[in-house]
Design a binder for this molecule. Structure first.
Ligand SMILES: [Zn+2]
Length: 248
């Protein structure tokens, strides 16, 4: 069963790659079939097998030999590992379905943010909509609405404060909408946990990159991936840690 779930995750990961590449370019995610972005050659089905084709082709296009980004197999593996983890935690339940969509949308949003410094509304607001449905099914709709409002207002406040102190945009509108969307799934406690852990991760990575001379103080650093990863950590372990420490 785990092998089947893993393969399912790989196949979905392959589709997530299509979304990551096409959504920011305003292209359809269903048509046309994949082609090499350098030479335009159609990618045959046997060259489009997740991870395996990348290894067999040694990371190069079959027709023009230009390099294929290692991000493709990385996204496929991430998707597969995430799918198995959600299966192990939730089994084949309705929760499983919701948390899969949750993670898949976050993978797409995070990689788009990494490459383009934007989080499309289709991802953040789309996720918020799914989260409202999940709230309706799981607790009560109000739980998700409060989660959205709390995440949105909290990060809006941080953004305004950051702008007043640093005299420049510290937090983008995409991040604000994303934390709201995450709030529909994780609620108020989850939003606080997510923002706290994401800030720790973000500062840690930022300091390392600055020490290595890879980025400067004024450079933009996408925050979406940190928020996404932290919300996923909350769902798997954070919720239990908070329950243990604070008893709620
Ligand atoms: Zn090519």
């Amino acid at each position: 069963m785990i092998v089947l779930i893993f393969i399912f995750g790989l196949v979905i990961g392959s589709f997530l790659n299509v979304c990551i590449y096409r959504i920011p370019r305003g292209k359809s995610i269903v048509y046309p079939p994949s082609s090499c972005p350098v030479c335009g050659a159609r990618i045959k089905w046997y060259d489009n097998i997740p991870v395996l084709s990348y290894i067999l082709l040694e990371g190069r296009c079959r027709s023009c030999k230009s390099k294929i980004s290692p991000v493709y197999p990385i996204v496929e593996l991430l998707s597969a590992i995430y799918t198995v983890l959600v299966y192990l935690k939730f089994g084949l339940t309705v929760d499983f379905t919701f948390y899969l969509i949750f993670g898949y949308m976050l993978i797409v949003g995070s990689f788009i943010d990494l490459f383009h410094y934007i989080i499309p509304d289709g991802i953040s607001l789309g996720l918020a909509f799914i989260g409202l449905l999940f709230g309706l099914y799981k607790h009560a709709l109000v739980h998700s609405i409060v989660g959205f409002a709390f995440g949105f207002v909290l990060l809006l406040f941080v953004a305004i404060l950051g702008k007043a102190i640093f005299k420049k945009e510290a937090m983008g509108g995409g991040d604000i909408k994303l934390l709201g969307a995450l709030g529909t799934f994780v609620g108020i406690k989850g939003v606080l946990f997510t923002l706290f852990v994401a800030s720790l991760f973000g500062s840690f990575v930022g300091i390392i990159l600055m020490a290595l001379g890879k980025v400067s103080m004024s450079q933009k650093i996408p925050f979406g991936p940190y928020l996404s990863l932290s919300a996923i950590i909350y769902i798997f372990v954070g919720v239990h840690i908070i329950a243990k420490i604070y008893g709620f």
